[in-house]
Design a protein around this ligand. Structure first.
Ligand code: DHB
Length: 397
């Protein structure tokens, strides 16, 4: 026998308990707006998945402004810039000198922990492990979300639904095909990413073009390194033994060049990540508002995904507060156009970084990439363009 449906009411149902959804619930609460978060996965799964590691300047300012900056300031690592390299040359781009803005190394897993502890301290209602999540009547002013939780059907009615449930969640598909437009680019390569228990061999991130393929040296802390290798699509992770990975990283990152050494160490996580650009518009349909990966995916080069999700939520929170508390629709109606300006800027930047740094089979492309890299590194205009986009444009760009 199924138990009777349980109906709840709140101001905003947030579908997805990742960083976008949890930050939204935090910002809404600060504005006196109540929300319930509905997440398909378990709390452990959401908290443990290895994701982005770089926060741009405006993300850091926003988290600090929301009272979420304490551990970030203590444990995060501020970087002035990055290294851009190709065989025999490594150039430092100093974002602080170029734009007055820095970036921070602070993993998405850490941001998520800070959000979860702030929200649980405030008594936020979050339903984890929800099955069959579905959105209803999003074209009306009384949308609802239904799901099954611990065997019991639940229905939550609200004034608005925020779709923060990524590219696999139900929200993006709740915008009818007749209404939505989709732009997509699939890249002909993937990343093999590793986490290793070894101190980073560099003080700031290295982005390397190499004839064998792109490589990157990132980090998570003073004792954990994160590194990536370009690999062909469909590469089985088993093809890459730890030794093969470290050898390829050493070659592509220039071990031995000007006395620089790559220190290998035990690999604790290894996975292959496909690369894709995707934008779905509009980001609002009736009372449904999409934020983060539910509306857009960027390839990881340039570290924009998490920052873009934070920027969406920074625009969405005041829009929903005006809608719920004052019945003022102006910001809600402008949300999609306003957010998409930044989405397309970051989509372009991520595509630009990706196509500049990943090798194809085409020798003509390789010459163009090297020419562009030399120009970016040697011209103040080139360096500044990269720095402005990487360290991040203002939230309201
Ligand atoms: C990381 C990922 C990126 O895509 C990037 O550009 C920089 C850093 C990371 O995972 O650390």
């Amino acid at each position: 026998m199924t138990s009777p449906s349980h109906t709840l009411r709140t101001d905003v149902v947030i579908v997805g308990g990742g960083p976008a959804g949890m930050l939204l619930s935090h910002l809404l609460a600060a504005d006196g707006v109540e929300s319930i978060v509905v997440e398909a996965r378990s709390q452990e799964y959401v908290g443990a998945r290895v994701r982005a590691g770089i926060l741009e300047h405006s993300s850091v300012e926003l988290l600090r402004g929301a009272g979420l900056g304490e551990r970030l300031d203590r444990e995060g690592d501020e970087h002035r810039g990055i290294y851009l390299q190709w065989p025999d040359e490594r150039h430092h781009l100093d974002f602080v000198d170029l734009t007055g803005r820095s970036v921070w190394v602070y993993g998405q897993t850490e941001v998520q922990k800070d959000l979860v502890s702030a929200r649980s301290a405030a008594g936020q209602e979050v339903y984890y492990e929800c099955a069959d999540v579905a959105l209803h009547e999003v074209e009306s002013d009384r949308p609802a979300v239904t799901f099954t939780h611990e065997g019991r059907p639940v229905r939550i009615e609200a004034r608005a639904v925020a779709g923060c449930d990524g590219s696999f969640g139900p929200s993006r598909g709740a915008v009818p095909d007749a209404v939505r437009s989709i732009w997509e680019r699939v890249y002909p390569y993937s990343w093999l990413g590793i986490l290793a228990d070894v101190a980073p061999s560099t003080d700031e991130l290295i982005y390397a073009w190499h004839p064998d393929g792109f490589a990157m040296h990132s980090m998570r802390s003073a004792s954990v390194s994160r590194l990536y290798l370009q690999v062909p699509n469909g590469t089985p992770v088993e093809e890459w033994s730890d030794d093969r990975i470290w050898d390829a990283l050493a070659t592509r990152l220039g071990h031995g060049q000007d006395g620089w050494r790559l220190e290998p160490g035990p690999i604790t996580e290894k996975s292959v990540l496909p690369m894709r650009s995707y934008v779905q518009t509009p980001m609002r349909h009736g009372s449904l508002f999409l934020a983060g990966d539910s509306a857009h995916i960027v390839p990881p080069t340039g570290a924009k995904g998490l920052n873009l999700a934070i920027a969406d939520v920074a625009l969405l929170a005041p829009a929903l507060a005006d809608l719920v508390r004052r019945d003022d629709r102006m910001l809600a109606e402008a949300y999609s156009d306003t957010a998409l300006r930044r989405v397309w800027r970051c989509t372009h930047f991520s595509w630009w970084m990706t196509t500049m740094l990943h090798t194809s089979e085409d020798p003509f492309d390789a010459q163009l990439q090297l020419s562009q890299l030399r120009w970016v590194a040697s011209s103040e205009a080139g360096r500044t363009g990269l720095a402005e986009n990487y360290a991040g444009l203002p939230i309201g760009f």
